[in-house]
Design a protein around this ligand. Structure first.
Ligand SMILES: [Fe+2]
Ligand SMILES: [Fe+2]
Length: 228
C-alpha cells in the first residue's frame, strides 16, 4: 500500500517521476504516444503543482505529475481486486491515470503576492490560477475540468472508449457540475470501472498526496462537515 509522503518532493523525486511517466507512456506503444510525450516536455506538466493552496493536495513543484502517478499506482492496486481488471487493459490504465488531469497544464502560476508563511489558510496561496491573472483563453474556454483533459489527450492519441469514459467521468460524484447525477446509471452500466477510478483519484486526493503537517486532519474535518 502506498503511504503518503511526509516531505515536499525533492528535485530528484520530481525527475524520477518524470522518467517514470515517460517510461509508462512509452510502454503503452500506442500510436501518437511519442507526440504526447514530446508535447508534455514543452509544458509545465512535470513541475506544476496539483493545487494552489498549501492545505490542498500536492501544492508543490512536481505535485501534478506525482498526483497522476499516485492515481495510476492506486488504480492498479484496486483493479487487482476485480475479475479481469474490471475490463481495463494495462495501457488504458496508464493513459487514463496519467492523462486525467492534463487540464491542469499551464493552469497555475506562482502567486506574486504570496508571503511564504507556510500557513494553510484559504488566502495563503503559493499559486494562483492563470485565468485569474490573464482571463480565460485557449483550452480554458472549456469550462469542464475532465473534458479539457480529454481534449488535450485526444490531440495526440485516439483514446479508447474505456479511456474516454474514465477521464470524462473521473470527477463524477465529487463535482456537481459534471452531470453525473443524470448520467451515472448509463455510464456505470457501460463501464463499472469508472467507479473504481473515481475512488482511486479521491483516495489519492484525500489520503496519499502531500499536505503539510496537520493540514490533512484539518482538510478531512472540512470534508466530513461538508458531507454531513
Ligand atoms: Fe481531476
Ligand atoms: Fe486527479
Amino acid at each position: 500500500m502506498i503511504k503518503p509522503r511526509s516531505h515536499v518532493l525533492t528535485e530528484q523525486e520530481v525527475e524520477n517521476n518524470k522518467q517514470r511517466i515517460i517510461a509508462l507512456y512509452q510502454a503503452t506503444q500506442r500510436e501518437g504516444i511519442d507526440g504526447l510525450i514530446e508535447w508534455l516536455l514543452t509544458t509545465d506538466f512535470f513541475t506544476a503543482p496539483a493545487s494552489c493552496r498549501l492545505g490542498n493536495h500536492n501544492c508543490e513543484v512536481g505535485g501534478l505529475a506525482d498526483h497522476c502517478l499516485n492515481v495510476y499506482n492506486i488504480f492498479e492496486e484496486m483493479l487487482k481486486g476485480y475479475e479481469g481488471r474490471g475490463g481495463i487493459r494495462p495501457d488504458e490504465s496508464i493513459i487514463a491515470s496519467l492523462s486525467h488531469d492534463l487540464c491542469k497544464i499551464g493552469y497555475y502560476v506562482p502567486n506574486p503576492g504570496w508571503k511564504g508563511t507556510g500557513s494553510t489558510g484559504e488566502l495563503d496561496r503559493p499559486y494562483i490560477r492563470r485565468e485569474d491573472v490573464l482571463g480565460p483563453g485557449g483550452v480554458n474556454a472549456l469550462s469542464n475540468h475532465s473534458r479539457k483533459s480529454l481534449e488535450m489527450a485526444s490531440r495526440f492519441i485516439r483514446l479508447t472508449q474505456n479511456e474516454s469514459l474514465l477521464i470524462e467521468w473521473h470527477m463524477g460524484r465529487f463535482d456537481d457540475d459534471t452531470g453525473w447525477v443524470e448520467n451515472s446509471d448509463r455510464v456505470l452500466k457501460i463501464l463499472p470501472a469508472v467507479d473504481i477510478f473515481q475512488e482511486a483519484d479521491y483516495k489519492v486526493f484525500t489520503d496519499i498526496d502531500y499536505r503539510p503537517p496537520g493540514a490533512r486532519e484539518q482538510f478531512l474535518k472540512y470534508i466530513h462537515k461538508r458531507k454531513a
